[in-house]
Design a protein around this ligand. Structure first.
Ligand SMILES: [Zn+2]
Length: 509
């Protein structure tokens, strides 16, 4: 725009605004999708706006200190310190001068808009500008941190994603009339954008509500919400809500219902890793992981079977190949209350030794990640072999939901459902191992194991020791060691049972 026409444009705007209602005691705060009036007053051609009210819109907090008349504003990133009747303020500990003093009126902090807003603009991520003639404070769209909503129909349910500019705490709750509500702490909602996403195929209503410290998105869905899961996902940051169809089971190729543990902990599924053509790790002396883990599993099954309060199911009881999917299906079909996968570790570092107990959760460190990668690699090999065999690498069956977002999301959600119990079981196992095993402890860790991912019950993966270490390979081979490991696992199972069954009784009584 040319300077002249810009001037003309301003005059036009000015006349329009004058013709409409410019009230001296408010400033309009405009953001895409919403506007709100905040208190203001004019003095010597300067607009003082209520920063107390603006702070609510911006989502930060004001703290008043009676002594010294200091007021601070923080938004989690920036901190402003104002002193009443002083034009000086601090922004993140640097001093600035806004020419006109901060004022207190009716218990609210007022700041000179014409000279202060540029500081605000410089500090906050969104661009903020003030037009005195229009009594208008404009905040551009980056102001919102809850920016959009996407609904997608997936094979087995509905995927709803609420897009954020960064991680925010939130809560999801259902209310009568099939409403699903997402309340986002410090959420500043782009209301018009989100409400425009109402998809009448899936929802009767989509509404938003903006409050000072939180924003809410509410959906009245057409399909009855029975099972839903949610989590915060990243890249881009978003809240993912998956609503499973009625009767939905994770595995598209089976009709297995989602089975969870009941009140009694009596069905123990033992899963000896690998088997058949899958040898697992191989030690320098030729010991195969598939063999030793089967021996440990047999010892364990023997022990548990003697104890009549348990029922044992083994995913394999001989040397045969069995896919990860089959393992999970065996466990789920059996109504497993605990799932224990037994493995032996291997490393290129020949000195690496010790046992590990893992539960399923995103890996927190490289060493845990590498163990998971190693165990998962057998599955990946199995998968690519399968694809090569079918000669159809373009559309392999996606049994594990790796490429199907809703399946992998549901998988993740289910795994976190039992995360606390799985962690607890892992800790109990570690305690027993420390007491009973004579090889070093590498402790409890978390990582993403495919085999645990589809088992709907507390589950752990044990790496009994390093088969790649010469000394430990000998230990791991011995039947004495198999018995020791089995005994330790059995003790931990009993402790777990005692703890959680009494918990369940507390709940029901
Ligand atoms: Zn293994």
């Amino acid at each position: 725009m040319q300077a002249r026409s810009r001037q003309l444009f301003s005059i036009l705007l000015l006349t329009t605004v004058l013709a409409c209602s410019v009230s001296a005691d408010t400033v309009e705060v405009a953001f895409s999708g919403g506007k709100q009036n905040i208190a203001a007053y004019r003095q010597n051609r300067i607009t003082y706006l209520s920063f107390s009210e603006l702070a609510e819109i911006l989502g930060g907090t004001l703290d008043w200190e009676t002594v010294g008349h200091q007021i601070s504003y923080t938004d989690g990133v920036n901190r402003f310190d104002f002193v009443l009747n002083s034009p000086f303020f601090k922004l993140n500990d640097n001093s600035y001068n806004m020419t006109f003093p901060a004022d207190l009126r009716n218990g609210q902090l007022y700041l000179p808009a014409e000279t202060f807003v540029s500081f605000l603009n410089g500090a906050l991520p969104q661009s903020i500008s003030f037009n005195g003639e229009q009594a208008l404070l404009r905040i551009d769209s980056e102001y919102f941190n809850v920016t959009d909503l996407v609904v997608a129909r997936k094979a087995n349910g509905l995927l709803i994603e609420i897009l954020l500019t960064g991680a925010l705490p939130y809560e999801i709750f259902q209310t009568e009339g099939n409403w699903l509500n997402v309340s986002i702490t410090n959420g500043r909602i782009n209301q018009s954008q989100i409400e425009s996403r109402k998809d009448s195929r899936y929802m009767y209503k989509l509404s938003t509500h903006q409050a000072a410290g939180s924003g809410q998105v509410s959906m009245r869905l057409k399909g009855k919400v029975q099972k839903f899961h949610h989590k915060l996902a990243y890249n881009p940051p978003r809240i993912q809500i998956t609503i499973a169809d009625a009767g939905f089971s994770l595995d598209t190729s089976s009709t297995t219902p989602i089975v969870g543990p009941d009140d009694k902990i009596d069905v123990i599924v033992i899963d000896p890793g690998h088997g058949g053509s899958d040898y697992g790790a191989i030690g320098p002396g030729g010991t195969r992981e598939k063999t030793v883990v089967l021996e440990i599993a047999r010892e364990l099954a023997k022990l548990i079977r003697k104890d009549k309060q348990f029922r044992v199911v083994m995913t394999r009881d001989r040397d045969r190949y069995i896919s990860l999917d089959q393992r999970a299906r065996i466990a789920n079909d059996a109504g497993a209350d605990l799932f224990i996968s037994i493995h032996a570790n291997a490393s290129v570092k020949k000195k690496a030794r010790g046992w590990n107990v893992f539960f399923l959760a995103p890996a927190k460190n490289d060493s845990a990640r590498s163990v998971a990668q190693f165990e998962n690699s057998f599955f990946l090999k199995e998968r690519s072999a399968l694809e090569a065999h079918r000669g159809d690498s373009a559309s392999p069956p996606d049994e594990y939901g790796l490429e199907n977002p809703i399946l992998s999301i549901l998988n993740e959600m289910i795994m976190t459902e039992f995360q606390a119990e799985s962690h607890d079981l892992a800790m109990m196992l570690a305690r027993e191992f420390r007491k009973n095993l004579k090889i070093p402890s590498r402790g409890v860790d978390q990582a993403g194991f495919f085999v645990l991912n589809k088992v709907f019950t507390p589950s752990v993966l044990i790496e009994a020791g390093f088969i790649s270490n010469k000394k430990e390979e000998k230990t791991i081979k011995s039947s004495k060691f198999h018995k020791r490991v089995a005994r330790a696992i059995y003790n931990a199972i009993k402790k777990f049972k005692a703890k959680y069954e009494s918990k369940n009784q507390d709940k029901s009584g």
